[in-house]
Design a binder for this molecule. Sequence first.
Ligand SMILES: Nc1ncnc2c1ncn2[C@@H]1O[C@H](COP(=O)(O)OP(=O)(O)OP(=O)(O)O)[C@@H](O)[C@H]1O
Ligand SMILES: [Mg+2]
Length: 305
Amino acid sequence: MQVVSISSLKGGVGKTSVTLGLASAALAAGIPTLVVDLDPHADATTGLGVRPSRQSDIGQLLRNVRRADLAANVASSGWVAAAAARQELPLGRQVLDVAVGSAYTGIYDRPDLRRRDLGRLAKLLSKVEGYALVLIDCPPSLNGLTRMAWMASNRVLLVAEPSLFSVAGTERTMRALDLFREEFAPELATAGVVANRVRAGSSEHMYRMAEMRAMFGDLLLEPAIAEQANWQQIQGAAHAIHQWPGEAARQAAGVFDDLLKHFTDSGRRRHRRSPAPAAAGSTAGTGAAPANTSAAAPLAEPAAG
Ligand SMILES: Nc1ncnc2c1ncn2[C@@H]1O[C@H](COP(=O)(O)OP(=O)(O)OP(=O)(O)O)[C@@H](O)[C@H]1O
Ligand SMILES: [Mg+2]
């Protein structure tokens, strides 16, 4: 079972969107998948078309981790019923479940979470079977919830926008991940960095993409995800990108199919450490410069905690 945390220190860069895109690709590919919505805002739960029901949310399960039965409390994504209704999925391969998010998880989003609390999600997941892939949508911080997610994961996928603050934030997250790995999880791999909302026509974006390539090397995953005009409409309808009509959605769905291969083709990408940080402050700038440089963004201190 591959367990992948989708993380970023910075908010609003597309963690939930990437989680949903990968979940959509996994559903289309018939890969039994569980999405754990660890963000107290529970956006992934909403986007996956889960209706409120009798199941306990992930916050309650984490609270009673010893007695909790995660398998009995997952909800099936509304995408499954929609796809089944249109006979898009082969029978028996329609598993896309959700560990439902809620504001209750917020009690764990503290910077000082104790070591034994960090293991709560790992313990819950150790009791579930039948999924080939678990995607954990994290909140935008490096507090307890994200660290709990990392503790339960094989790999961490970082999401970045091609902007100065996001790139610098990704570098800080990468360093925090290295520290976390040293202290808690030596086997935890960096799955990579995915660039989101990229506009090929923007010179600033192209500059930042080149910067990320220099900074993260082959940890910068291909393909990048383009800025998509109807993204909010698709999410607003709680729809899977693979089920949305039109050429733009089809292309975006193909991008997530390709990205998903990084997680399912486990033989190729083994344990990865972050590349050594490039020289700090070497070509920090406004983004107006040409892209052919091995420059790094301005680096701040490693993230606390
Ligand atoms: N590739 C894209 N094209 C267009 N809009 C996008 C794209 N990716 C994300 N968005 C939009 O950007 C907004 C933020 O995205 P999202 O909620 O996925 O980010 P997030 O990192 O999960 O945010 P948070 O940190 O608050 O959890 C949403 O309105 C989403 O629809
Ligand atoms: Mg989110």
